[in-house]
Design a protein around this ligand. Structure first.
Ligand SMILES: [Zn+2]
Length: 101
């Protein structure tokens, strides 16, 4: 069994997990028609807490395909912030595990 450590979580690996297929960006608002399944008005923004204040990328309700709002590089940069949060939380966990004085 492969144990994943927090050190392995990077903006890059988080981005890869999203499986965003396309490279086209919709900067201010998502497309009216999904480019993957042709459904109308099924795409909404996905917010990642601690990554970006607002939608970080778009996702289709119908086919679950994700679309870029920012460039890949910028999306990774925002995702990287959540990794730093994971590390902070791990640190807190460690503090809580200590015996009280
Ligand atoms: Zn779709």
């Amino acid at each position: 069994m492969v144990q994943e450590s927090y050190d392995d979580i990077t903006g890059n690996s988080l981005f890869d997990n999203l499986n965003i297929r396309g490279t086209k960006r919709w900067r201010s608002s998502p497309p009216e028609v999904c480019p993957y399944c042709d459904s109308q008005k099924t795409i909404h923004g996905i917010e990642i807490i601690a990554a970006y204040d607002g939608a970080l990328y778009w996702e289709c309700d119908k086919c679950d395909e994700k679309l870029l709002r920012f460039t890949k590089q910028t999306t990774i940069k925002h995702l990287q912030k959540t990794c730093e949060l994971f590390i902070d939380l791990e640190g807190l966990d460690f503090i809580w595990e200590q015996e009280p004085n």
